[in-house]
Write a protein that binds this ligand. Sequence first.
Ligand code: TYM
Length: 332
Amino acid sequence: MEQIFSGIQPTGNLHLGNYLGAIRNFVALQDSYECIYCIVDLHAITQWQEPDELRRNTREVTAAFIASGIDPAKNVIFHQSGNPNHAELAWIFNCVARLGWLNRMTQFKDKVGKNREAASVGLYAYPNLMAADILAYKATHVPVGEDQKQHLELCRDIAQKFNNDFKIDLFPLIEPLILGPATRVMSLRDGAAKMSKSDPSDNSRINLTDDSDAIAKKFRRARTDPDALPSEPGGLEGRPEAANLVGIYAALSGCTVPDALRDIGGMQFSQFKPRLAEIAVAVLGPIGAEMQRLMADTAYIDTVLRDGAARARALSEPVLAQVFDVVGFVRS
Ligand code: TYM
């Protein structure tokens, strides 16, 4: 049976990249599959989080899921710390994954830069916990943006090594689902950098909670080149900022890049940017407003998380029991 699992870190500033690369696909998948969507607070604390901010951000991601159209009755929405099975399985995977595998993780290298000695052990072992998130449910398909691809390859390696070591076909080899024309949304200030929650410049990203003025202003200020938009995708080569804005436009319009260019090819940026802002406001405006409304109802959000966590535990407990048995732990 196909099982969808994905997660988002509650580290603030949810942005258009998170929406187009992940959340929007989560919404679409719920029509065909049972889905489990997790707010990964254990992952968040691999870097320092203010406790009150972490709680607020956990509720905000939950609100974003619901406001974007994920039905909490049909899907399991919960916070990672609400199901201890993730951390338990992660420990077992710490003993399966090899140091050499983790040393190759580019996200770890990017995050720590030259300051490797000061990084938390948790940040280093981050991908093992991610594999545990997924495999605690024997999930088979994982919708993510392109930046998570290497982590998902590691998840396959862990599953395969566990299966080989214990000579059992217990864990599936997962498939990443990297969908749509905006799987890697770039910064509005730099076409070579990913749009990110942690970029110090708020102008680099469109936040899901930005109002229409902020959205219009950020697109107006977005970096571009002096040429008009091409009418064929080939004309975007070597123009990363233009390619990024066209990809965003296509994704927000629900069409492909070639289709979008048939419509907007030949336009100057001065003409295109207000059009892009208009469609972004039409898509994000109602989501931002609903997020604000939900955020005012903490009791409701917490009920969703509590209920989701109980359902998640019920799903992962049989898998953990099987794993404990296979590993050789005495049943208590
Ligand atoms: P996180 O919180 O950084 O991002 C959440 C999702 O948003 C996608 N994303 C993007 N997509 C397109 N363009 C961008 N600029 C962009 N930035 C972020 C990410 O690819 C992701 O899908 N390690 C994960 C969280 C995680 C997880 C998991 C995911 C923990 N356990 C298990 C899947 C399965 C992360 O940090 O995502």
